[in-house]
Design a protein around this ligand. Structure first.
Ligand SMILES: C[S@@+](CC[C@H](N)C(=O)[O-])C[C@H]1O[C@@H](n2cnc3c(N)ncnc32)[C@H](O)[C@@H]1O
Length: 262
């Protein structure tokens, strides 16, 4: 079947599923996380492959650019998979998420793991960065898979909070999905076909805000050059859970290591 026909045949199901997602993004994330039963490689959460291969891509930039004596904040931490990884490297890893249920889950999954803490915070709220800065001092920040689900003005609001938070000593490592095709092609790349949408993908379509792409262009709009210096950037592979045969689902991604201009 030609590809455009195959994509067209997915439209009714995708459209129906997407009408189920709550319109308020905070509510949508809360409802999504409150329904999650299983996380990790065999779980229900699309982006939670908990893969060593993906994490290993970040080790070099973290060691090269970040002050490892500072704490790190994992913004939009979800169930804390990456917060726990960060706690192996930094003296303290604070995971924050807009969804209380995500934070509850992260705390539960981090029981007995040293140097992790969690808080429920909307990182697009003005003043958040300054408030955390007064508590923790300058910190490093890790952001995975959050900016691409925010609207443009929310991305800018989040970036302003990060500027207050990192000062001139902390660094921001962001890593985001950056699929450049149309949304139906994206779903196909994740294993969807007419009559078959993997359940992790169905949950996302029916539950959370529609993702966009986030690459160098989107980064420079959200983190303007007058405020931010790009110390490193490039392609990465974001790994989602296994949805078809053959292991974790590879998604083209973009990473950037940023520092605030003095
Ligand atoms: C795609 S998930 C990525 C989770 C985690 N970073 C990971 O890679 O496993 C996006 C996360 O961002 C959180 N989030 C969305 N908007 C947010 C906001 N305004 N402030 C804080 N967290 C937010 C969601 O609740 C969700 O857990």
């Amino acid at each position: 079947m030609p590809n455009f026909l195959s994509q067209a045949r997915m439209v009714p199901r995708v459209a129906l599923l997407s009408t189920r997602a709550p319109r308020n993004p905070t509510k949508a994330w809360e409802v999504y996380w409150s329904r999650v039963q299983h996380t990790g490689a065999g779980g229900e959460v699309l982006w939670d492959s908990a893969s060593d291969t993906e994490w290993n891509q970040y080790g070099g930039p973290i060691r090269e650019h970040m002050d490892l004596t500072l704490p790190v904040i994992d913004v939009g931490c979800g169930n804390g998979t990456f917060t726990r990884r960060l706690a192996e490297v930094f003296p303290l890893a604070l995971g924050v998420d807009v969804a209380r249920s995500a934070v509850d889950r992260a705390e539960q999954e981090s029981t007995g793991i040293a140097r992790t803490r969690y808080r429920t915070i909307d990182f697009t709220t003005a003043g958040t960065g300054a408030a955390l800065r007064s508590e923790y001092g300058p910190v490093n920040v890790f952001v995975r898979g959050v900016l691409h689900v925010l609207r443009k003005e929310q991305q800018r609001a989040l970036a302003r909070n990060l500027a207050d938070l990192v000062g001139t000593t902390g660094r921001v490592l962001l890593t985001e999905t950056n699929f450049r095709g149309n949304p139906l092609a994206y779903l196909q790349s994740l294993g969807a076909s007419p009559g078959n949408i993997p359940q992790q993908l169905e949950r996302a379509i029916a539950g959370i805000p529609v993702p966009g792409r986030f690459g160098a262009r989107e980064r420079s709009a959200a983190f303007p050059a007058r405020d931010w210096h790009v110390a490193a950037e490039g392609p990465v592979t974001i790994e989602a859970v296994t949805m078809t045969s053959g292991g974790p689902t590879a998604i083209p991604g973009y990473f950037a290591m940023l520092r605030r201009n003095p």
